[in-house]
Design a protein around this ligand. Structure first.
Ligand code: AMP
Length: 300
């Protein structure tokens, strides 16, 4: 039962128009776990160095995240990412990327994680994503994300991942880069031909679309009037989506449509503060309140 997630655990340096933060906990697996654990049990697989401030992610343990698959390398340096956002926060530039302990990482899943029904492959080298897929015994549903550098540098392995997953959750630029299609609807259809039955394309503040056998579903982003730092919004979106789907226990278009709404609403909290700060004390009641508001805003 539950979800097993692999992805980056990072020390992030971020600059936005509202200021910046240095060496703050981040990474796809952390944002995902912080979101998904509000809905269901999550097993976290990843690696950090001795420089990682473990006390800052204690809240995940309190939320029931299982961390037996989290390695702490003595004397090792944690993965680092630095990014700078333009005034249009849909645009960002990566200014530094250091793989550090991820270079020699070999994920090994414990007995419990191997039995997970749901798997999420967050942004990380597709080779590591594949190693996780190989170890899970009988998954019901595998979702995956990626990021620019793996599309350019690791394409054959990424294609292998795509052929093995049920759903991809990519942003619009990633969907365009992989397929060579500029139009998002065409890009989503082209992605489905590479393997996944369900394709979700995130369009930042413009919301997201899902393309399945049943056609197209589109959702606006939950509007927030103070976007401080969009880092991790995509991973939080995936965490809310997969968390909701895993909790509901069924995989059909109706459930996945609701899951996308929950993903978007959960992500709307992440952007209100730097790093994981807003997710730390986030409650299901706050999420349900925004889902109710969202329903009112889109019903006519
Ligand atoms: P998002 O804003 O959802 O795209 O995710 C941003 C997070 O992804 C940051 O916390 C980074 O630490 C992490 N990240 C950025 N680049 C990479 C990469 N190449 N591999 C893995 N994680 C990354």
């Amino acid at each position: 039962m539950g979800i097993v997630v692999i992805g980056s655990l990072a020390l992030d340096c971020v600059e936005t128009a509202h200021g910046g933060i240095a060496d703050a906990p981040g990474g796809s697996a952390l944002y995902f776990s912080a979101a998904a654990s509000l809905f269901t049990e999550v097993s976290l697989v990843g690696v950090v160095g001795e420089d990682f401030p473990v006390s800052e992610i204690r809240f995940l343990k309190e939320r029931g995240v299982l961390s037996d698959g989290l390695e702490i390398i003595k004397g090792g340096k944690t993965f680092r990412w630095s990014g700078c956002y333009e005034l249009d926060m849909n645009k960002r530039v990566t200014t530094n990327l250091e793989l550090n302990v991820f270079m020699d990482f070999n994920p090994v899943l414990d007995e419990r994680s191997r039995k997970s029904d749901y798997v999420f492959l967050g942004n990380i080298d597709p080779e590591l994503q594949l190693r996780v897929i190989e170890q899970v015994q009988n998954p019901r549903f595998i979702g995956a994300d990626t990021i620019e550098c793996y599309i350019t540098d690791r394409r054959p392995l990424l294609d292998k991942v795509l052929s093995k997953v049920n759903m991809v959750i990519f942003n619009d630029e990633e969907a365009r880069m992989i397929t060579g299609e500029h139009n998002i609807i065409r890009a989503a259809s082209a992605l489905r031909k590479l393997g996944p039955q369900y394709v979700v394309v995130k369009k930042g503040e413009h919301g997201s679309i899902m393309v399945t056998d049943d056609g197209l579903f589109m959702v606006p982003a939950y509007p927030v009037d103070s976007v401080i730092d969009p880092t991790g919004a995509g991973d939080t979106f995936a965490g809310g989506l997969m968390g909701y789907a895993a909790k509901s226990g069924s995989i059909d278009s109706g459930t996945l449509r609701k899951a996308i709404v929950y993903g978007g609403v959960t992500a709307s909290f992440t952007v209100e503060d730097f790093s994981l700060n807003r997710l730390r004390n986030l409650t299901m009641d706050e999420i349900e309140n925004r889902v109710d508001n969202f329903r009112k805003m889109v019903t006519f």
